[in-house]
Design a protein around this ligand. Structure first.
Ligand code: 5AD
Ligand code: SF4
Length: 579
């Protein structure tokens, strides 16, 4: 049964375990956090880091240096849990080696997240696990750690909450990046028949819009973040019913679901209440800074009322990129999955999105071999992949999860080899269709890329940068010393520049020593001298928008040549024309 989580205060008054002075055991503790699974877990680990730092713990990135190891886990499929079991045995062997005396275990190991919630105290039977903490109980980690280290007993808190959103905790992000996750809601009420998430993450609840705005402002102004990814298990089900929001946003009858073609088996009463909806959150967050991109994940296709699509279309800094998990292309499988839509309803949503947001990219999730899936039903998923042409797809074999509707009422009866063969067919179909689409729409196009850093294949001799387009496609391009700082020039000039750079790129390939002089003289012709006199170094481009021309478009990664530093304001994020 789901119960309300205790607050930190409850623990302080009852056990008085959190003292005002930091105990030595805490001061000398170095915590290593390892994260598996979705972006929500990455974001939750940032919350855990913040909680621990506030209590006086220090954080280490070196597992060998840690005396506390926290593993933030995923339970969505069996193989996600398999990875965690392997890590637990590894850490157990490490601590056997490190064990100083029989009493002193070293390091302490805590299992957090969805696997902790799913298996609860059962995990404590493992020799390697000292404590278990579910996704809604992270404020309790200091108490759990204190108990474990002072009594040498195992501990667990897997209480789920109706209202915990960690809204008041400033996440401590570890990756230095121009992009940051901001969690806006937690939990999921959808109860798709295959999915364990409603059981591991609990009921849907939304964070107050004002706390989201405060955090977003801070990361934009202080941390110089240029891309905010709004997170939630059912992100577009966002509904802040706090008093403040309820006064500002009245109930709107129009705001219910994508269309009459979509249904919600588990519609909550809250849906009929006033308060800020997803569209309001999108608009308010996008209005904070015109040069900060907004993305969101992971939504459900049922919660895309037209106003969300129009808002994306009309707001230059909301990316024209939608994740629409299809799961299956067959209406009968979708019914068994309890997804609340048919193949036709999904196709209609894609058609509407493409009409309203020209150039929108669409990504998806697919499950193959769900209970009773026939060959014909599988073919319908294959044809859906052919007809829709997804820009990205995450494809999985069905994995039975205990407690779900499917586990109780259906048969996991598609043999493993059939699941795998169907998965491969779906992957092949998706790839083939995507390569063709990228050649048609991306090759030769100008795109605005937000630079994230050096590409994996970057070397000292040939610096390669990487970033993403508005449509969330990864782009790799070589760093050019004379990339223009400000392309306040006409489209004609862009064409000339891209032609020159193309030639330069050819010269680089053949190691032509005249490259610099040749490039310089061509640039001089175009009177863009400032770029020559004060060239930008590669790191200057991190977190900046760069206009690039796509010169190679395969499946996942696009290759490009950079032309100029750009901005959303000048180029708009959408609709770059083909030259
Ligand atoms: N088996 C396989 N894939 C699953 N997903 C969720 N539950 C399962 C399961 N039991 C996939 C869905 C979902 C994505 C996050 O993980 O496609 O959209
Ligand atoms: Fe799972 Fe369905 Fe909720 Fe997604 S919407 S988290 S698939 S129950």
């Amino acid at each position: 049964m789901i119960q309300s989580a205790k607050s930190l205060k409850d623990f302080m008054s009852k056990d008085n375990v959190i003292s005002t002075t930091i105990p030595d055991t805490v001061l000398n503790s170095r915590v290593y956090i390892e994260t598996y699974g979705c972006q929500m877990n990455v974001s939750d680990s940032d919350v855990v880091r913040s909680i621990l730092l506030k209590e006086g713990y220090s954080i280490t990135n070196e597992e060998n240096d840690a005396n506390i190891v926290l593993i933030n886990t995923c339970a969505i499929r069996e193989n996600a849990e398999g990875k965690v079991w392997n890590r637990l045995s590894y850490f157990q062997s490490l601590r056997n080696k490190n064990r100083i005396s029989k009493k002193q275990k070293f390091p302490y190991i805590g299992v957090l997240g969805c696997m902790a919630e799913r298996l609860k105290e059962k995990l404590l039977d493992e020799e390697s696990v000292d404590f278990v903490c579910g996704p809604d109980a992270y404020r309790d980690i200091p108490r759990l750690l204190n108990k474990v280290s002072s009594t040498d007993q195992k501990e667990a808190n897997t209480i789920l909450s109706f209202d915990e959103t960690y809204a008041d905790i400033s996440p401590v992000r570890t990756s230095i990046s121009s992009s940051a996750f901001v969690s806006i809601m937690r939990g999921c009420n959808n109860m798709c028949s295959f999915c364990v998430v409603p059981f591991t993450r609990g009921r849907e609840r939304s964070r107050s819009l004002s706390s989201i705005i405060d955090e977003s402002k801070k990361i934009i102004e202080v941390d110089n973040i240029r891309e905010i990814v709004l997170l939630g298990q059912n992100v577009n089900g966002y509904h802040d019913i706090s008093e403040e929001s309820s006064q500002k946003y009245h109930f709107r009858n129009s705001y219910n679901k994508s269309s009459e073609l979509f249904s919600n088996l588990f519609e909550s009463r809250k849906k009929k209440m006033p308060g800020a909806r997803f569209v309001d959150a999108l608009q308010e967050i996008a209005a904070l800074h015109p040069e900060v991109r907004i993305r969101f994940t992971s939504p459900h296709p049922k919660d895309f009322p037209p106003e969300v699509l129009y808002t994306i279309a009309d707001t230059p800094n909301i990316c024209a990129s939608l994740h629409l998990p299809l799961q299956s292309g067959s209406t009968s499988v979708l019914e068994r999955m309890r997804r609340g839509y048919s193949r036709e309803a999904y196709f209609k949503l894609v058609e509407d999105a493409r009409k309203i947001i020209p150039g929108v990219t669409i990504s998806t999730d697919i499950i193959t071999g769900f209970c009773d899936e026939t060959e014909d039903e599988h073919r319908e998923t294959v044809t859906a992949m052919e007809q829709i042409v997804f820009d990205q797809a995450f494809m999985f074999c069905y994995s039975l999860r205990d407690r779900t509707h499917a586990a109780h009422n259906m048969n996991d009866n598609v043999p493993e080899d059939v699941k795998l063969r169907r998965l491969q067919e779906i992957i092949d179909t998706y790839r083939k269709a995507l390569i063709k689409k990228n050649l048609d729409t991306e090759l030769g196009a100008l795109r605005l890329v937000l630079v994230e850093g050096f590409a994996k294949k970057s070397t000292v001799d040939r610096i390669l940068l990487t970033g993403r387009t508005d449509g969330n496609k990864r782009v790799v391009f070589p760093y050019h010393k004379y990339i223009f700082k400000d392309l306040s020039i006409s489209r004609d000039t862009v064409q000339s520049v891209s032609r020159i750079l193309n030639q330069v790129d050819e010269m680089i390939k053949y190691d032509d020593k005249n490259i610099e002089n040749s490039y310089k003289s061509r640039i001089e012709e175009l009177q863009l001298n400032d770029s020559i006199d004060n060239p930008l170094i590669s790191e200057d481009l991190f977190g900046k928008y760069v206009v690039v021309k796509i010169i190679k478009a395969g499946g996942q990664t696009l290759h490009a040549i950079p032309i100029s530093v750009g901005s959303i304001e000048k180029y708009g994020s959408k609709g770059f024309v083909k030259l």
